[in-house]
Design a binder for this molecule. Sequence first.
Ligand SMILES: Cc1cc2nc3c(=O)[nH]c(=O)nc-3n(C[C@H](O)[C@H](O)[C@H](O)COP(=O)(O)OP(=O)(O)OC[C@H]3O[C@@H](n4cnc5c(N)ncnc54)[C@H](O)[C@@H]3O)c2cc1C
Length: 409
Amino acid sequence: MNSERRLHGRTLIVGAGVVGASVAYHLTRLGHDSVVVLDARSRTELPGSTGLAPGFIGQLSATPELTALARDSVAAYRTLSRSGTDKVFWQVGCLEIATTPARLEQAHHDVEHGRHLGVEARVLGPDEAIALAPALVDAERVQGALHIPSDGAADPVLLTHLLVAAAERAGARFRFDTPVRALETESGRVTGVRAGGEPELLRAARVVLATGIWGPVLAAQAGVRLPMVAVQHPYLYTCELPGLDDTFIDAPIVRYPDHAVYTRRHGRRYGLGSYAHTPLPLAPSPDLVSAELPFPDAVFGTALAEATSLVPVFRTTSQGRRLNGVFAMTPDELPLVGPASGVAGLWFAEASWVTHAGGVGRQLANMLLETGELLVDPARLAPGRFASWSDRRIHETALAHYQGIYEAH
Ligand SMILES: Cc1cc2nc3c(=O)[nH]c(=O)nc-3n(C[C@H](O)[C@H](O)[C@H](O)COP(=O)(O)OP(=O)(O)OC[C@H]3O[C@@H](n4cnc5c(N)ncnc54)[C@H](O)[C@@H]3O)c2cc1C
């Protein structure tokens, strides 16, 4: 705890998904003793993106800031895993399968890039890759693989519950079933929020929005445009397989960057996701009650059919649950972390993945407490960095990254 730095007054965090929980966790660890977190959700349910994410955690990125945030997150998730009987992160490694000579050559460059960023990686031959994950690696197409041993899989729901529990033990107060209806400002400064059925203002010295895909709705009430776009994304599970036990995961997570497909084991099932479809944005709405939407076969059907023909275990297994989940993207794939321009006391921790949520929480907590111990140059994450961009440019640039998401994440 940094006793030199004291944050006066109450900090209200809106949103207790993995990001809001991480901000509360880091703020209380740094000694801030007045943290209140409000969420419309119940204590047990996670209707936001966190509750749908399959938990792939990859640290190597073309964007060094994402690697710094992911590495810090992995360190935090490993610490949380160690501190209790609940495990939330499995360091099983990641295989990025090359199915073209160009991708294999890229893998060799990625080893160098990883070394520079502190992420160890090496290139495997086809047989080694198949041996590590025979159910997931296509023996017909694999030409080699980039292996990153320190990557792995998280359980995003349990992780969020553990972050909440740790923050509560350190003094944070969580109020669930408490939707925030309005963000109040006076003379260019946030004064608090109106929440639940209570008519009176819940006062705060500062408000942090960590509301995921709902972020733009509340930000707009303070006259702030959040430069993020919500996109819909398919994920498919097999049915439960009789040959598998309850082991959460026992082989690396596997990605096919050439095909925009990723896959892993989930206990008795396997799962896969695909980005190989026309991006499907979703306009922000206060009426949205969940990040899960009806599954649009016409948009996702072909991509999932191709993905299931690529991943061996999906060729021979009946399909189980499939879902359409929504998450947020930004034009440069970096999250929005820091103060709002033009509204004193309003802060954001938005558009972060589970992969980066630990680091995002630490970054924002250290910014609020002015400790000077930052993971990333705050200008790179500044929520106002696209102020000169039109809405249309933000929208188109963010969506253009969708299919190439693995180059960054
Ligand atoms: C299908 C799918 C696959 C994904 N795969 C991965 C993956 O493999 N790896 C990875 O790192 N990430 C993945 N993601 C992305 C990741 O899930 C999200 O980026 C992350 O969970 C966002 O967390 P969050 O806390 O910002 O948002 P959320 O989890 O959505 O939480 C926001 C919270 O804010 C609350 N809230 C909103 N508005 C209000 C209000 N007015 N008042 C009170 N509360 C409010 C909501 O109830 C919610 O609990 C995936 C997402 C999806 C949908």
